[in-house]
Design a protein around this ligand. Structure first.
Ligand code: TRP
Length: 776
């Protein structure tokens, strides 16, 4: 800073002494010492910048609204300095002094304060050889991030250390931009993480946000918007409190709050900005909102009053680490209104000190800031920390104190202080809830806290607090049975609930998709679970199953009976004339056909499914081929009329059997069209239908084939149109009826002759060419 001073001198040319162009008049609190610490506090809420006239030099701004809280912070700094001055070990025999300025929450004002802290406030004569260095060793401040950023650029370029106790903007962690900036308040990077965790914990998805129109508000809200997206919550609105908060703008914000469905609103702002809005909310009686208070105003006495509780009551806030510093209460109470005769607020300060003295949070930060600088100084002056070179107080230059980043110490409260590579402390937050005590005063009740674990904030450790279930969402959640459908052009948190499609369900609330039920399940009427489909098959227990199996049994018995009759009368002409081997084979295949039908009834199993069609195919083809064999024999026998040319020799029982067996063995049978075999039989039988009556088996074969064809032709449409288990019943019915058809048509007439007309069972009758058909 002396550099600037000399430049002044050069410009001013001939003057031997130099005067400051402007003086910072508001240095309220100062004390001389060997080494001086500078402090910048928002002792007033607002600095009204005077109009620029160009006819006179710039005037000091009129600062308005005494800030009791900031006054206490400044007192915390003084307390720490006094405590160190008494300390035998820390900076022994060195008296620390202080110079505290007011920034009036205004960046230009903070800049003036800084220049006056580093340049001094006295005019200097260069003839004066004992030129006293007026610069402070370090600056403690500012409060607001915007002010801190402004002064950090100047302090950084001269290597003067700056420790802020309240500037929490994450932007200040950038060491390239702000090389000598340190702080005792955690970065908002962690505060935003903490808020996201709180929002997630309560399941809120539609959140409003307000912020101060400064670095703090903008950075805070922007990073909150980014982080909140990651947990699938959305921002209903994000607004900033303008520096000049007009009536119109306030009303606009109130309308926004009233209209919005967001019942949870995060405010990243200073207490004075929030105070203006909260006052209007109180007037208009806007209630029912859960306010999320950033660390700046969560513990601000200005807002936590009985009156405000009506609007802000139930609020959740984040408070930075607190502590009760031993002896500070007495120290603060020593500040007597009589010491500050002109200041009407000191009385108020005195009163409030009783109330909040156990809740020292920012005050504790200023206390820690002073200790941090003192330790860094101590290390430089007393060659500790392996610094070989020892310096005298005169040699102290601010940049040497920048070893702050290396200091690590314990304050009297027992807390360990250390800065990370960004110059930030370890984050730790309390979740605070405002509650009314018996006297009706607002109390800050800790209901949980966050600490740092592995570069991340831990989850809420304890939340011993049952909050009235307040939901804040853009759309009602979708019940099971429906799914979310986002509205075009709107945030993902605003959606409609669409019922699931016919065979789909959703079993959780707010599901994104409906899921299809497994093939053997179907959705219930609510569409929230899949019910197993009732298993339906043709069982032996039900009426139709009983009837069909009875028919099957009957058929099988009948076949066995016919076979027994034929076997018993095997020597009679009618049986012999009918080629008994083929007849028995036919009866056997019919028996199998009847038994086959049982494979279709009952619960289908893997094996029965595979077996039934194959078994039926084989037996059925066997049956048809027997019929075919029979027919061929009949035709051949009667078409070969030439005497002496006994073609029957070629179609004797042996050949017929051979042919059948061969046919049976031929596995191509499976691919054969059964219908065409049957049709072939039918055609052959039809050719032979006009053959002599008594021997005319062909007539019966034709008839049986007719039944057969009729059954299977009607089977096709019946099979295709019958639902569920009836298809199986139709199939079984077709098998049974066609088998009965063949059995009855071919064997019934013969059995009739054998059993009831044994007198006609003679060779003569059987061979009788002219006998009428009526005889059979
Ligand atoms: N924590 C806030 C910050 O980092 C505090 C703050 C914001 C503030 N704006 C302010 C404090 C104005 C005093 C004045 O900036």
């Amino acid at each position: 800073m002396r550099v600037i001073f000399f430049i002044f001198l050069l410009i001013r040319g001939t003057h031997l002494s130099c005067q400051l162009w402007g003086k910072f008049s508001s240095s309220a609190l100062a004390k001389d010492g060997d080494i001086t610490f500078g402090g910048i506090f928002t002792l007033h809420y607002k600095g009204a910048t005077p109009a620029v006239s160009y006819s006179a030099g710039p005037l000091n701004p009129g600062c308005v609204g005494f800030n009791l809280r900031a006054f206490r912070w400044a007192q915390g700094m003084i307390f720490a300095i006094e405590e160190i001055n008494q300390d035998e070990y820390l900076l022994p025999n060195i008296t620390l002094g202080y110079k505290i300025h007011d920034s009036c929450a205004n960046p230009p004002e903070a800049l003036r304060a800084t220049l006056s802290l580093v340049n001094g406030e006295e005019d200097i004569s260069i003839l004066n050889s004992t030129c006293k260095d007026q610069s402070v060793a370090a600056v403690i401040g500012c409060s607001g991030s915007t002010q801190s950023i402004t002064i950090a650029r100047i302090l950084g370029s001269f290597g003067i250390p700056q420790i802020s106790y309240f500037s929490s903007c994450a932007c200040l962690s950038d060491k390239h931009e702000f090389p000598t900036f340190f702080r005792t308040i955690p970065s908002d990077y962690f505060q935003v993480q903490a808020w996201v965790k709180v929002v997630k914990h309560f399941g809120w998805t539609w959140i409003g946000a307000f912020g101060s129109d400064d670095a703090y508000g903008h950075f805070g809200i922007q990073s909150f918007l980014e982080e909140i997206k990651k947990i699938d919550a959305c921002i209903a609105f994000a607004e900033y409190f303008p520096a000049v908060y007009t009536k119109g703008k306030i009303q606009e914000h109130i309308e926004l709050i009233k209209k919005s469905k967001a019942k949870v609103i995060l405010v990243f702002a200073t207490e004075i900005d929030m105070y203006i809005l909260a006052n209007e909310l109180l007037k208009q009686n806007v209630t029912g909102i859960v306010w999320l208070a950033s660390e700046s105003w969560a513990t601000a006495g200005l807002l936590s009053t009985k009156e405000m509780f009506g609007t802000l009551g139930g609020l959740l806030g984040l408070g930075i680490q607190r502590s009760s510093i031993k002896g500070i209460k007495d120290f603060l109470l020593r500040i007597h209104p009589a010491d500050y005769p002109g200041n009407v607020y000191i009385k108020e300060f005195w009163e409030t000190t009783f109330k909040y003295v156990s809740q020292l949070r920012i005050t504790y930060n200023t206390y820690k800031a002073v200790y941090a600088i003192a330790h860094a100084l101590h290390n430089v002056l007393f060659c500790e920390n392996n610094t070989k070179v020892c310096h005298s107080v005169k040699e102290i230059e601010p940049w040497k104190v920048s070893t702050l980043c290396k200091v690590q110490f314990k304050v009297k409260t027992g807390d360990e202080i250390q800065f990370d590579h960004n110059g930030d402390p370890r984050p730790s937050y309390d979740i605070i809830n405002w509650q009314l005590d018996v006297n009706g005063d607002v109390q800050y009740v800790d209901i949980g806290n966050f600490t740092l674990t592995k570069q991340e904030l831990s989850d809420i450790t304890t939340l011993d607090f049952i909050m009235e279930v307040i939901t804040s969402s853009c759309s009602e959640s979708c019940p099971p049975g429906t799914r979310k459908a986002t509205r075009e052009g709107e945030p993902i948190c605003c959606f409609d609930c669409v019922p699931c499609a016919q065979d789909e369900i959703s079993n959780s609330t707010d599901s994104i998709d409906c899921i299809r039920c497994p093939w053997n399940h179907w959705p219930n009427s609510m569409k929230n679970t899949c019910l197993p489909k009732a298993v339906e098959y043709l069982s032996f227990g039900e009426m139709m199953g009983i009837i069909l199996s009875a028919l099957g049994v009957a058929g099988a018995c009948l076949t066995v009976f016919v076979a027994a009759v034929f076997f018993h009368f095997r020597s009679t002409p009618i049986v012999r004339a009918n080629n008994s081997e083929i007849s028995f084979l036919l009866l056997f295949s019919l028996l199998l056909c009847f038994l086959c039908s049982f494979l279709f009834i009952g619960e289908p199993s893997h094996w029965s499914c595979k077996l039934k069609h194959a078994a039926f195919g084989i037996t059925f083809v066997l049956c048809i081929s027997c019929v075919l064999g029979k027919t061929l024999v009949v035709i051949m026998a009667f078409k070969s009329t030439l005497p002496g040319h006994n073609i029957m020799k070629c179609f004797g029982p042996l050949q017929q059997r051979l042919k059948n067996t061969k046919y049976f063995k031929n596995r191509i049978i499976f691919e054969c069209n059964l219908g065409s075999v049957a049709a072939f039989c039918f055609v052959l039988a039809f050719i032979g239908r006009k053959l002599p009556d008594n021997f005319n088996e062909a007539k019966y074969i034709t008839f049986s084939m007719l039944i057969f064809c009729a059954v299977w032709i009607t089977f096709i449409p019946a099979y295709l149109s019958s639902p569920g288990k009836y298809t199986v019943a139709v199939e079984v019915f077709a098998i049974l009826s066609s088998s009965f058809g063949v059995l009855l048509c071919i064997f019934a007439p013969k059995c009739y002759i054998i059993l009831l007309r044994p007198e006609t069972n003679t060779k003569k009758h059987v061979m009788g060419r002219s006998t009428s058909s009526a005889k059979i």
